[in-house]
Design a protein around this ligand. Structure first.
Ligand code: PLP
Length: 329
């Protein structure tokens, strides 16, 4: 089953490998030109990774002439849980962060798919490594961004790097410093010729992809690691689990052995960045037929319709940027 993109792929810019930022940013309590949003090299977060972030997609719908920000409030709810873990206190609440995000994308004026990056950080120039710094800051900026990685079939390997465990650096918070774990694993996977990798928990179960959640299909069951297996509790994961109900699939959260993946009927990664990306090969072994599976493609198609505001049942996932929004002055 081929998935018809709602807008032709050539109109969607690829992920930036270099900074292509422009437009506006929320910085030090105001919306300013992106180039004016700069931090000191002494910033605690820059030195020690004491920051947390989100990645939020906005999908352009040419028929509606609208960008829909996907699950905006859910991202900021998770953001504030991450900030609480790092003892970063912000003045902005979820509602305010959502309003600011819409305003930045609106002022940027994009008419394409976008990616929004909120980041909250320890902003003092302090040498001591703890979480007591009195100064905290939050910034938000956006950029155009299309598909982040292939959505027509990923070749992955099992990484030799283990996923960070809850008692070292909790994966359930989106902490900047923790993404060294992702970078090490992705670097090795790409250098070995793979598109991505799966990462194991310290006790050898599948945790997730380098920056995405993992699902496998066995018969009519959609199986994914539980939230206690060192995963980021993904917002796309929850969306996929909801869509699975429409396909009358059994959704099972349980630990997954490595070799179960080799024997799965289908497998895929999902996340804000990768969207819903079928896995066709693991460590040189085809997954199922070696082509994207029908259940995966069905979920992928349903996901793309929902996120562009094309499925009225999931319109509540989509926050419009341009329509009927009060201006922030
Ligand atoms: C480590 C990790 N796991 C999973 C995900 C997927 O989470 P979400 O669907 O909320 O983007 C991400 C982010 O995209 C991630 O960085």
């Amino acid at each position: 089953m081929a998935v018809e993109p709602l807008i032709p792929p050539e109109t969607v810019p690829p992920p930036p490998t270099k900074a292509v930022y422009g437009g506006f940013a929320y910085f030090k309590g105001a919306i300013v030109p992106f180039g004016e949003a700069n931090v000191s090299i002494g910033t605690h977060a820059l030195n020690y990774g004491t920051a947390c972030f989100e990645g939020i997609r906005g999908y352009w719908n040419p028929e509606h002439q609208e960008i829909y920000l996907l699950k905006l409030a859910e991202h900021y709810q998770r953001f504030l849980k991450s900030t609480a873990l790092l003892k970063i206190k912000l003045e902005e609440n979820v509602e305010r962060l959502c309003e600011l995000t819409r305003e930045i994308v609106r002022r940027d004026g994009y008419r394409t798919d976008v990616y929004v990056r909120p980041i909250a950080y320890k902003s003092s120039a302090m040498i001591k490594v703890d979480l007591h710094s009195s100064e905290n800051a939050v910034a938000i900026f956006a950029m155009p961004m299309g598909a982040y990685s292939p959505i027509d079939g990923l070749r992955v390997t099992i990484s030799s790097w283990r996923r960070i465990s809850d008692n070292s650096i909790p994966a359930r918070a989106k902490i900047t410093g923790a993404y060294i774990n992702t970078a090490l694993a992705t670097e090795d996977a790409n250098a070995a010729g793979y598109d991505d990798c799966l990462m194991l928990t310290e006790d050898g179960h599948i945790a997730e992809g380098s920056a995405a959640n993992f699902f496998m299909v066995q018969g009519r069951s959609l199986i994914t690691p539980p939230v206690t297996d060192d995963i980021l509790v993904g917002i796309t994961r929850a969306a996929v689990m909801r869509l699975a109900l429409d396909f009358e699939l059994d959704v099972v959260e349980r630990s997954i052995d490595r070799t179960e993946v080799y024997q799965a009927d289908e497998a895929f990664l999902c996340g804000t960045g990768v969207q819903v990306a079928p896995i066709v090969e693991v460590d040189g072994r085809p997954v199922g037929s070696g082509r994207p599976g029908t259940i995966t493609l069905g979920l992928q198609e349903a996901y793309f319709r929902a996120v562009r505001g094309a499925d009225p049942r999931y319109r509540q996932w989509c926050t419009p940027v341009y329509g009927g929004i009060p201006r922030i002055t």
